[in-house]
Every structure is written in C-alpha cells, then in structure tokens.
Ligand binder design. Sequence first.
Ligand SMILES: *Cc1c(COP(=O)(O)O)cnc(C)c1O
Length: 416
Amino acid sequence: MTSSHSDTAQGAARDLITQLVHHPYTPPAGFVSPQPPVHKGSSVLFPNVAAMRERRWLDKSSYTYGLHGTPTTYQLEERLCALEGGLQCLLVPSGLSALTTVSLALLNAGDQVLLPDNAYGPNKDFTEIELKRLGIDHALYDPMNLADLQAKITPATKLVWLEAPGSVSMEFPDLIAMVQLCRARGVTTVLDNTWGAGLAFRPFDLLADGGSLGADITAHALTKYPSGGGDVLMGSIITRDAGLHMRIKLTHMRLGIGIGANDAELLLRSLPSVGLRYRAHDVAARALAQWLGQQPAVVQVLHPALEGAPGHAHWQALCGAANEGQGAAAGLFSVVIDPQHSQTAVDRFCDSLQLFKLGYSWGGPISLVVPYEIERMRSQPHTQLKAGTVVRFAIGLEQVQDLRADLAQALTKAFG
Ligand SMILES: *Cc1c(COP(=O)(O)O)cnc(C)c1O
C-alpha cells in the first residue's frame, strides 16, 4: 500500500473538521501561468526533525519561516535586482523603512552619517531624532557643492546618503563625483533611488564606459513607480556586495521586518509595465513643465531634464543618453510661483485644480499636487532656487491636454 492510500484510509475515519485541516488531496503538479503564484505562510513545514535542524534561515536555497522568505518574495527580490542592477535584495514594508533599516543596520554610537540638505524629509527626521537618541551623529551637506561634502566627511563618517535629484526642490547633484569622493575616503554610500527607479540611470554602474563605480546600496520606495497604483506601500534595499547585504539582512531579520504576500503579488503584477509607465509619466511631465515655464505666475521650473534647471548638466551626463538621446526622467517636477502672489493665492491655485488631486507620494495613475514651504525644509539658504512658493507636481497617466487645461483654468482662477 502506498502512503497516500493509507493517509486516505486513515483520513476517512477522522473527524470532519480534522479532515478539512489535513485533507489527503494534492493537486497535480505542472500548472503554469503568466503570473508567479502567491505563496502564503507564516509556518513553513519540514519533512522531518533532521531537516528542521539543518535548515538555516539565511540560506535562500530553502525555506524556514514565512518572515524569512517565500517563493513569491524570492521572485520579487530577483526581479528588483534585475531592475536596479544589484545582486541581493531585502524587502521592507515601506520606502521609509528601507531608509531607516539601512541606517540602523550600519551605524553605531559615535558614528556620523551625512545627508543631503534636500533629502527626503522623513529620512532627516529619523536621523535627527531616532539616530541621535542612539548616539549617532549627523551633518547635512549641500548636494550641489562637492567641496562641502568633502569637508563634512570626518573619520567618524560611516555612511553618506545620496539622492538624485533631491526631494521637492529637484536639484540634480554630481552623483558620479560624489560616489568617487566617498569611495576614495572609504565611506559607504547609499542612494535613495526612488526617482531613478532603476530606469533613469544604472545606480551600480554609474560610468558610461562600463568602469566599476556605483553606490554601495540603493534604497527604493517601491510604493512609487514599481507599484504604479498608489495602492501598495513597500521598499527594497539592494546591494552588490554579499558582506554588506548580510550586515543589513541580520538587522532586518532581528527587527522582524517582512511584507505581505498580496502586496508582493501586486508588485509582481506591476513590474512588467514599469518601463512603459515611467516613460509615459516622463513625456507628459516634461511637456507640462515646459508649458508651465511659459506662464507669467511661474518664475522657475525645477525639472532636471529642462535646460536651466539646477543640476541639468549632471542629469544630462547621467541620464541624457537614454531614449535615443532624449534622456530619462521621472514624472515629477516643481515650480516656483512668483513671490508677488501670496500663499493664499497659491493655495487657491492648488484647490482649484480638478484632475490634479492633493496628496503625498507619487507614481500612480492620478496626478498629484502639493504646495511646500521650502525654507522650513532646509538648514541652509537656497542658492539655486528663486524666491517664491514651491508647488510640486506628480504627473499621472491622464492625457496631457486635459492636464494642461486643468492647470490653465486654476492659474486663471488663482492669479488672474
Ligand atoms: C516616497 C519616498 C520615500 C518613502 O516611501 P514610502 O513608501 O512612502 O515610505 C522615500 N524616499 C523618497 C525619495 C520618496 O519619494
């Protein structure tokens, strides 16, 4: 008698509810469909005690516990490595947790971490409050001044955060020179790669000639373009160095960080279209940014792909060759409104928009707008930005002419 026959025979004698838990039927193997299956499980079952003792949670050739990975999360990790050009990936439940996990894993009391002054705001808050509480020091550097970064690296500096372009004010730094500088000083670099998303430039291969230069780590808010729906929060931490990956992975595991299988499924579903979506957001954003630049209420357009924007030459050098020389950029830009218009008028402009909704985050189908008081977000006075209120736009997937008409009617309502 085969074991499955005996299971069935025994099974028939068991209580109905027990049969529902331990049912003998196994579906045939060999179902193949376009989407990877969604594997769920906190408990992972072992065939015997020896296997249970032998398996190591760090070993990705098998499974030990849902928190440490499933076939679904392993597949997502590999695809994200392909997207960004890395070799190892950790998944976390938000973009912000990607940033905080990297800093927590790599910094000790007495160390110093450097952040660009235009860093993603919550990363600054985490550094200034939580890391400080742990005795970890920090300094903010001017991302558009290499000498300032150089001057702020001390023997205590263990990690440098990079962002290209900076959040909200969108200055594009000389990323290549910054990575070169940090590498020469032996300091680990981590790039917040949410804007580039692996599509605008290769974060681990920054040199056009294929020479080996890249950020040591990328942290990516998958919430934005990889998700594309405005409906998932997730982040990734990608490396090319197994030792560095392991240092972060151990902290990641001890903190108990994991993601849900359904969220992984949504990401796996969205990833194949990320290139098409990114390009569509880019084309529409550039058209609208250019048009806004011609409107009298706008004194400056902050879009790194546009001539005259802060850091445009750095963007051109890093991202300019893509798309047959048109370059690659995300669907994100800001404008500075003429300071003769009051904050109230700027608020009225944002409130008057109908297709553009008021909301944080970006990367989904709906266009979003947020007014910012940039002075309150920066430690140093801005040299590259003109005076006035900053309004940030995240362009969705609506048709450009409809978005342009919406902007035009709101400009007239607010500024005459
Ligand atoms: C949105 C964003 C994050 C954080 O992502 P969440 O998933 O919202 O936590 C981090 N960095 C940048 C640059 C972002 O735009």
